[in-house]
Design a protein around this ligand. Sequence first.
Ligand code: KG4
Ligand code: ZN
Length: 355
Amino acid sequence: MRIIGIESSCDDSAVAYLEMRDGKVVRLEQVVASQLVHANYGGVVPEVAAREHSAKLPVILKELAHLVVGTADGAKLGRVTDLVAATAGPGLATSLRVGLDTARGLAAAWNKPFFAINHIDGHVSANWLPGKDAPSPLEGNDPFPAVALVVSGGHTELLRLSGHGDYELLGATLDDAAGEAFDKTAKLMGLGYPGGPAISRAAVNGNPQAYDFPRPMSGTDDFNFSFSGLKTSVRYFIEKNVERLSDPQFVADLSASVEQAIVDVLVLKTVWAAEACGSRTVLLAGGVAANRKLRETLRSVLADRLPDVRFVEPRPEHCTDNAAMIAMAGHLQSARRGPDDWRISEADPNWELGR
Ligand code: KG4
Ligand code: ZN
């Protein structure tokens, strides 16, 4: 099975070619065009993002063809493709349309089955992708039932999986996403966009106990999150200490303390969820899953509290938006259901899993 994946839900235009044989990944090629232009605005501008996708997707598809068949010939790429998969939602409406319509066009022209993929299902499916030299620990293994912590710029959710694509929503953020908490804190500190990597870099030399920020909803008897109170408390703290932002140690301590507050609540609720659901596996997914502190803390708390539960994390390069995860989701979906009709497939900016 050879799958072309296309991702354009936010500000990354990405295409991938995934080749599977006997349940194993035998080849993975991908091309990503990140839209650096948004750094000038401090956040993603939807109109600009859609225009960039339109400009870049045809170009990176040609590059992908070159990688896969040795020449930038789309017709040849079509001849070695069995299935086309693209993100249909959730995400920015206009951005989604560009990638989805590109994929619909390819499926029609090449006469191949088409799969509309949920972006969050894509992030979760990234756990099945291999690293450079090693297969995914899930290759050939049944991880279900599993709990997935999905943490990205737009989402913070705990999902229970009974099988591929079989989701139940356990809880979600009531306001900001975890990635937003990172991004907004970084913006207040003048660390630039995207904020998550900037905060975690600055935090390396900081003391996570230096400042005590709230751990919102850590006492509630549910699997929901809230990060807006934390963001407000960080904003007040920065306003009071604005002159100290020129001190690198202050920036490091503040970054480490905010990171710790976010990680503490995420880990606490994920471990509860795994325990409550009798999970065999805990999966991490989404851009914030690249955060080293989150990965290390979750791994060590799970090992301590639930030693029989296996912890699986996607490779850091597969955490932020990419098309390999969409291709993998297309492959996993094709094993459990028939294709979607490219004639009528529509983008769904608010597509929610498991409700
Ligand atoms: O999944 P993603 O690429 O896009 C969405 O679907 O939203 O996630 C992007 C988010 C951003 O908020 C970014 O700041 C955050 O992931 N992020 C991180 C790290 N790398 C990316 N947050 C914390 N630590 C990181 N290392
Ligand atoms: Zn994403």
